[in-house]
Write a protein that binds this ligand. Structure first.
Ligand code: ADP
Length: 593
């Protein structure tokens, strides 16, 4: 991967400035240490201490963290420990949990080597020499290497254009790589759609009604009408989906989500980066933060000014146009508090599923250009956050149909097949805003089956993040809920699975009863997931100003845009949004001028 390599080489050059100093008492040899990552559990590191008592080599020997998400930490942290001869190295942004587990394992290994750990914990000052300012040019300049940005980059390049993508984080992927991976798309002619009574029309209707008809009908039509073509395009690029079936993702309301073979959103980036690495004309600049979008004397957007990895100025001219694909602002507590109109409070106490880069940087840049914003107060929460981190990892559900939610009293409280906003609002009414997902072993015949996050329930149990009981009573004791309530809740649910009738909460999505032990539970809390408002675009992904006019040369796609999902986004429509509007933005910018 040439783009990653150039960054690593630059990093290595900076780090050679540190001379290797012997670590008192450490004995020559190779030592293994273990750390625990909150994502994949146990992680092993081997540290080699040289003859001279310095740290000669650090290797991650084994881990279960998600490839594509943890890569920058697995390669970056060991080389920094060696270069700095220190354990006080900074975590890699976007891969904090993996970074911390590697540092924990390396600490254990160096303890076994007899090294002076206190001395190794002293933070060394890292002197970064500022690189020279650079001026670059491309046909299309894209801000953000998430789902929408890279779909746009590939599309513009397929149309023969040169592309520069600016990404502020040390890796590609944004939030898209952390998403569950479900992509809603209907092929009207497919047997699956016919069997599920689904159609593009029904997808359109559910998207609009699910967002209380606040979504722009033309944008929604564009989204659903081009969704299946997006899947075919991805397959043409080599992306694999689980064939022959679709599933209902939480809040998706219908079984129309396609599931990639690779975990979470990693399949999209594997696909996009393979294309980018094997074609000329697309450059992804990591650690490069866009600060300003520039406008020429003719009033047309003509480039971006960014800050490079070492604080240098990076000026990129865009011959055709600039695409803004910077994602949302769920990690910016101040902004979500300022805009929120749907929830009582979105302060620090409510965690988020998002990556650290979801801070809404583009809002200011776009405001300066007079761009119009729509429905900024519409912020989607999910009832599925990890209680410690807010992340979607640790979620044991495999689909909507086979699981229920119970509160701390062991009672169901909502239609678990309903809208995301309604499920989360109901969760806020429960004791400690806390619920348990309850399942049986139908989807876990052995317990080694992987969820969307590449985690098996057995691993989650070992890590203390999920619980198992041979009977419902045993499970109730494990999670501390009254057994009689849990049993009654499951019995009532099972009766409705048998009858197929809506239950007291209005649930209609059923598959199998919860009656096959062992039984499983995992805790979940409300978490901020997706900012549905954003910059106004038209169906060509052109940005619209406050007077309703197109801003020439400026395009936007993905979560940074508003007006598609309305007041409540259908689960599974965000990835569709990145693919459909990312491609449209790439094609529009390529065709401009
Ligand atoms: P979407 O789903 O809309 O594609 P993502 O969250 O997947 O959104 O991707 C948005 C990407 O944009 C992230 O990788 C994020 O780090 C990046 N980004 C956000 N702000 C900036 C900025 N100012 N400069 C460069 N990249 C940015």
């Amino acid at each position: 991967m040439k783009k990653f390599l150039s960054v690593l080489i630059a990093l290595a050059m900076l780090l050679t400035m540190f001379g290797a100093v012997a670590i008192a008492e450490a004995k020559e040899g190779t030592y293994e240490g273990t750390g625990v990552s909150q994502i994949g559990g146990e992680l092993k590191v081997a540290v080699t201490v040289g003859e001279d008592g310095t740290i000669a080599d650090v290797q991650v020997v084994s881990h279960n963290d998600t490839p594509g998400i943890c890569d920058a930490a697995v390669s970056g942290i060991p080389s920094e420990i060696v270069a700095q001869q220190s354990l006080a190295v900074d975590a890699v942004a976007g891969a904090t949990m993996t970074s911390n587990a590697i540092l924990e394992a390396a600490t254990a290994a160096l303890t076994a080597a007899g090294a002076d750990i206190d001395a190794l914990m002293v933070k060394k000052e890292v002197v970064v020499e500022q690189a020279a300012d650079v001026e670059l040019e491309a046909d299309v300049v894209i801000i953000g290497a998430g789902g929408a940005g890279l779909a746009a980059a590939v599309t513009a390049n397929e149309a023969g254009k040169t592309v520069i993508v600016l990404e502020k984080m040390p890796k590609v992927g944004g939030n898209t790589i952390l998403a569950g991976g479900a992509l809603n798309a209907v092929d009207d002619r497919s047997e699956t759609a016919i069997a599920n009574n689904d159609s593009v029309e029904w997808h359109y209707e559910q998207t609009l009604s699910g967002g209380d008809y606040q979504g722009d009908p033309e944008l929604v039509h564009t989204l659903v009408a081009n969704a299946w073509d997006g899947v075919e395009w991805l397959k043409g690029l080599g992306m694999e989906f689980i064939e022959g079936s679709t599933f209902t993702v939480t809040g998706g309301m219908w079984p129309r989500a396609h599931k990639p073979v690779m975990p979470v959103g990693t399949g999209f980036f594997d696909t996009y980066m393979k294309y980018i690495d094997s074609h000329d004309g697309v450059d992804v600049m990591l650690n490069t933060r866009a600060e300003e979008i520039t406008v020429g004397e003719d009033g047309r957007v003509n480039g971006v000014i960014a800050t490079g990895e070492t604080g240098n100025k990076v000026t990129v001219k865009a011959k055709n146009g600039v695409i803004v694909a910077t994602g949302g602002f769920s990690k910016n507590v101040e902004l979500r508090q300022a805009y929120n109109i749907q929830w009582k409070d979105l302060g620090e106490s409510v965690k988020s599923t998002n990556h650290e880069g979801a801070t809404g940087d583009a809002i200011k840049m776009l405001m300066k250009l007079g761009a119009d914003f729509v429905q900024m107060g519409n912020i989607q929460l999910l009832p599925l956050g990890d209680p410690q981190t807010g992340s979607l990892s640790g979620n044991i559900e495999m689909n909507v149909e086979t699981r229920i939610f119970v509160n701390k009293e062991g009672n169901r409280f909502v239609n678990e097949g309903g809208r995301r906003d309604e499920m989360t609002a109901a969760l806020f009414e429960q004791t400690d805003n806390w619920m348990w997902i309850i399942m049986d072993s139908d989807k876990y015949p052995t317990g080694d089956e992987k969820n969307n996050f590449n985690e098996s329930v057995n691993e989650l149990i070992a890590a203390g993040r999920a619980y198992k009981g041979e009977t419902l009573e045993e499970l109730a004791a494990q999670i501390g809920v009254p057994a009689e309530n849990l049993v009654a809740a499951v019995e009532d649910f099972n009766a409705h699975v048998a009858s197929g009738e809506p239950d007291a909460f209005g649930r209609t999505l059923y598959e199998t009863p919860i009656d096959d032990g062992p039984f499983y539970a995992a805790a979940r809390v409300p978490t901020v997931h997706h900012t549905m408002g954003g910059v106004r675009i038209n169906t060509d992904a052109q940005v619209i100003d406050e007077n309703g006019n197109v801003i020439p040369g400026l395009y936007a796609a993905g979560e940074v845009t508003g007006g598609i999902h309305g007041s409540n986004r259908l689960g599974g429509n965000a990835l569709t949004d990145t693919v459909v509007f990312g491609r449209i933005a790439g094609a529009s910018a390529a065709a401009a001028k």
